[in-house]
Ligand binder design. Structure first.
Ligand SMILES: NC(=O)c1ccc[n+]([C@@H]2O[C@H](COP(=O)([O-])OP(=O)(O)OC[C@H]3O[C@@H](n4cnc5c(N)ncnc54)[C@H](OP(=O)(O)O)[C@@H]3O)[C@@H](O)[C@H]2O)c1
Length: 243
């Protein structure tokens, strides 16, 4: 079994990681980290559990630690990160000195030598890990996944791009409130309403899609060369985006 940790373990995405990892045949959850608000508490006391299944027994009594590599069990090999982007930008490189960091946060996605990967689309980007470790003198590394709406769009575009090429894409999304986290969208703003703009989301969809469909020139990504215009909207749906 590979020992793993979850950063941002008390949040919406952290809970989903725990739900997926708890009964996994290859992984054992060995550490759960969050902010100073949660550190020192048992996971079940620190967390308001939002998932549609019971909190797994195996994590209830784990004591939440601060998000600090010095506090992480040295037997942990992979940390799954679901930290807010600004904090992830500071702390993920610190973890990468010793651990593999698999991140859902946006902070490091477009950085040089850091693979932004959808396994079905661009697994070859993982080749840049060697350069990342060498350039930073890290024993671990960081690998990231894209924005949620970008994943669905890029999976769809990939076979079209490979077989027919693409000149121009216009995409509109209708995104569920879960995408903004539990405290993300005030109920007064979204009930009986649509929010016609999600800050930062359109830019991420446009840049990440071209990056993912791009090619590697050595360790540099050359983005795909077509124009893409995204408009992203928040809708009063709990889970599941439409685009
Ligand atoms: N929601 C989604 O569907 C979704 C999808 C893809 C990616 N993401 C990305 O995943 C990340 C988390 O999203 P979320 O919806 O799970 O957010 P969230 O529910 O607000 O959870 C945030 C987590 O980060 C921890 N945290 C906050 N500030 C911290 C700090 N200064 N130091 C250490 N830990 C801190 C929180 O711990 P405490 O409980 O102790 O405060 C909590 O565990 C974001 O970067 C988001 O963009 C979200």
């Amino acid at each position: 079994m590979v020992k793993v940790g979850v950063l941002g373990a008390t949040g919406m995405v952290g809970q989903r990681f725990i739900q997926l990892l708890a009964d996994h045949p290859d992984f054992e959850i060995a550490a759960l980290a969050a902010s100073g608000r949660s550190a020192g508490k048992k996971y079940e006391d620190a967390t308001t559990w939002y998932m549609n299944s019971e909190m797994p027994e195996s994590v209830r009594d784990i004591t939440v630690i601060e998000t600090d590599p010095a506090q992480m069990d040295k037997d942990v090999e992979i940390v799954f990160s679901s930290l807010p982007a600004d904090f992830a930008a500071k702390v993920e490189p610190e973890f990468a000195k010793d651990f593999v960091v698999a991140s859902n946060a946006s902070a490091m996605r477009m950085k040089k030598d850091i693979p932004l990967v959808i396994p079905e689309v661009n697994p070859q980007f993982l080749d840049m890990i060697e350069a990342q470790q060498k350039n930073n003198n890290w024993d671990g590394f960081i690998v990231t996944n894209p924005n949620c709406s970008t994943i669905a769009l890029t999976l769809t575009l990939k076979p079209i791009y490979d077989n027919f090429n693409i000149n121009r894409i216009y995409v509109s999304t209708m995104q569920a409130v879960s995408g903004a986290g539990y405290n993300g969208v005030p109920s007064m703003a979204i009930l009986d309403n649509l929010v016609p703009y999600i800050g930062g989301e359109e830019e991420k969809m446009e840049s990440e899609t071209l990056h993912l469909l791009g090619s590697l020139d050595g360790d540099e990504v050359v983005p795909a060369n077509f124009s893409l215009s995204a408009s992203c909207h928040r809708v009063p749906v709990i889970d599941g985006h439409t685009e």
